[in-house]
Design a protein around this ligand. Sequence first.
Ligand SMILES: Cc1cc2nc3c(=O)[nH]c(=O)nc-3n(C[C@H](O)[C@H](O)[C@H](O)COP(=O)(O)O)c2cc1C
Length: 153
Amino acid sequence: MKIVYFSITGQTRRFIQKLGWPAQTFVEITPDFPDIEMTQPFILITPSYAEETPFVQHSQEVMDPVFEFMATGINVALCKGIIGTGNRNFAGIYIFTAKELSVKYQIPIVYDFEMNGTLSDVRAVKDIFEKLSKGAEIRTIEKQMHIEHREQI
Ligand SMILES: Cc1cc2nc3c(=O)[nH]c(=O)nc-3n(C[C@H](O)[C@H](O)[C@H](O)COP(=O)(O)O)c2cc1C
């Protein structure tokens, strides 16, 4: 199992360093070379950069490399879960890019955290990594959609 990540301002990269695992565990998506063909299962950790108007929410162009990466080879099939990073100040569009990828490719969001994460986020991600490595399925996206649905009522 690998961890694939993307980082624009370095917060997600800082979280990756906190995991303290060997460099070969990680693959970084870069704007210059987003179309990396994965050959083994992985978890995607992605920040969100989105915009919201009264009519539409959409990810900003800076996130295109992550979408290009997912559209490469059999990467969608190998992606076992998405971890969204963001900032709760963005309220309704918190971790929006992760949610957009989740809906587009039908891959569960298995966890989310803010900025470069806390020690408890590090522990949680390590736990999820271990569980998914053993073949467990974590279907949090269904729970989240359920909660969102309730909030609208
Ligand atoms: C222009 C801009 C737009 C952002 N949009 C969102 C957003 O829509 N949702 C969200 O949860 N966080 C948003 N964030 C916060 C980032 O996702 C957050 O800071 C993240 O940790 C950045 O990760 P990175 O430094 O690895 O790129 C935005 C930040 C900036 C500067």
